[in-house]
Design a protein around this ligand. Structure first.
Ligand code: ADP
Length: 469
């Protein structure tokens, strides 16, 4: 079986969040079972030399919206997977993936339409059986494949329904798609054009990144205006829990860590904590360390953290925050950190720093308003860091009560109500658990050996692909 796996971001070439992690780990996990080719745009900032990315000599020319556009194909083998890269000036010559910090590029429709046309062309030339599309950036490939009569079956994964790729109706002409798609049953959405709808409607199977999220998005509360539409397509909807690359996220060998540890060598986790606290100029170690790592967007529950910041600042804990995104959150967090010496905020995107934080922490704070899957909590548990989460989406599927008798993977602390008070209560529960050292250590050790591997996720996808061909 031949698979083409397409995404707008893939680790280590370009990453803004969990999509890149999965787009790296899943093809890698599938590569020893089926023939996999991964494809992504070749952004200007991708380090071609470091990863041995070279031109294949192949060029495609498309007539899109009255304009002639070309795509140049590059390739590299990474982690045993053949990667193809699509280069086109409009698509690639940008500073970011989707836009400047906190924004979007105005020509994202043209950019990603070009990428989708290239994906459709590659599907044909490679003669693949399955095309696996991810999120709105690749959704257009589903109707394009059909329009062009390409026989490959499509699987479309929704990593986050909040980002749907909605563009003005006029953009339809510029993206090279037949106007017959502009109907309510298809891609029309309140007078605009919605790429996510196209991915859902025209794919053979649709998946979400956790079972709970597949149910949630069928309700108005989490459906982002598409709940009714998703219900119409629920016969082909599956919830498959994401997983993590356990070889990459491995505290016993992670090169980003100052000390390596495992369930049996936990002393070195303490050393990681001490080293990290020193790094952020804290010389007392008695309090538990909470970390928050993520994009600074409303989804991640930052408003609750900010609402409760003065209470948190008085609690016997350290809170270290890493992220970037909306300027509003930058300003509010910066100001809060000035007032509270035990709250430290670091701005930016820093992969190795995030690993040091997962390793150093006692608790991960993840109060997401909604969470399609969430990888942070799985990474945290692997590093012996107990998650404190809002019980939604993938967090519901991966974090069970620390005192539950059943051996459910994993364990932590969660809150159900959607407010800052409930989050603070959960943090207090974490402090109580921290004080009960044998129990705290039992939970920590239990979580470290929970199986959140991408292998399981890959098995599920494989069975879906097999059903299709
Ligand atoms: P999302 O995809 O919604 O951003 P996920 O939980 O699925 O959230 O995945 C987030 C991934 O991005 C994790 O690997 C996390 O460690 C990483 N990450 C998020 N923000 C940062 C940051 N500022 N620096 C380093 N890594 C980050």
């Amino acid at each position: 079986m031949k698979l083409l796996f397409a995404a707008a971001e893939m680790f280590p070439f370009a990453k803004s969040g969990g999509l890149a992690d999965i787009a790296h780990a899943l093809p890698k996990a599938l590569a020893n079972k089926i023939e996999v080719t991964a494809v992504m745009p070749l952004y200007r900032f991708v380090d071609r030399e470091r990863y041995g990315i070279e031109p294949t000599g192949e060029h495609f020319t498309f007539q899109i919206g009255g304009a002639t556009r070309t795509a140049e194909i590059f390739s590299a083998i990474h982690d045993g997977v053949l990667h193809l890269f699509v280069y086109n000036e409009a698509l690639s010559d940008k500073e970011g993936i989707y836009g400047p910090p906190g924004g979007c590029y105005p020509d994202n429709d043209i950019r990603f339409a070009l990428f989708c046309h290239a994906v459709a062309e590659l599907s044909k030339r490679l003669g693949v059986h399955i095309v696996h599309l991810n999120d709105w950036h690749t959704a257009l490939a589903a109707p394009l494949l059909k329009e062009r009569g390409i026989a490959a079956k499509t699987v479309y994964t929704i990593h986050n329904l909040a980002y749907q790729g909605i563009f003005p109706a006029e953009s339809l002409a510029g993206i090279g798609l037949s106007p017959h798609h502009f109907t309510m049953k298809d891609m029309e959405f309140y007078g605009a054009i919605n790429w996510m709808k196209g991915g859902i409607r025209h794919s053979d199977l649709v998946t979400t990144v956790s079972p709970s999220y597949a149910l949630e998005i069928q309700r108005a509360e989490y459906g982002c205006g598409l709940d009714g539409f998703i219900c119409e397509h629920r016969h082909k909807l599956y919830g498959i829990l994401n997983g993590i690359d356990e070889a990459f996220y491995d505290p016993s060998s992670d090169p980003a860590l100052p000390f390596h540890f495992s369930k049996k060598r936990l002393l070195n986790k303490k050393r990681c904590k001490k080293a990290y606290l020193e790094e952020i100029d804290i010389n007392k170690y008695e309090f538990p360390l909470f970390v928050f790592i993520g994009r600074f967007v409303e989804q991640k529950g930052l408003d609750w953290i900010i609402e409760a910041i003065d209470t948190i600042g008085e609690m016997p804990l350290f809170l270290s925050i890493l992220g970037s995104g909306d300027a509003r959150y930058h300003a509010l967090l910066e100001e809060a950190a000035k007032r509270h010496e035990r709250i430290v905020v670091r701005f930016g995107y820093d992969e190795t720093l995030s690993h040091r934080m997962y390793a150093a922490a006692d608790f991960l704070l993840m109060p997401s308003l909604f969470e399609p899957c969430g990888l942070n909590q799985m990474i945290a548990m692997r590093y012996g860091t107990i998650p404190v989460v809002h019980r939604v989406g993938g967090l519901r599927d991966t974090v069970h009560a620390w005192h539950a008798k059943e051996p459910l993977c994993g364990k932590g602390i969660f809150f159900e109500e959607s407010d800052a008070t409930a989050m603070v209560s959960a943090m207090k529960e974490a402090l109580d658990l921290y004080a009960k050292k044998p129990r705290f250590n039992r939970v920590r050790s239990f979580d470290m050996v929970c199986d959140f591997s991408i292998r399981k996720c890959a098995e599920h996808y494989l069975s879906l692909y097999r059903r299709l061909v």
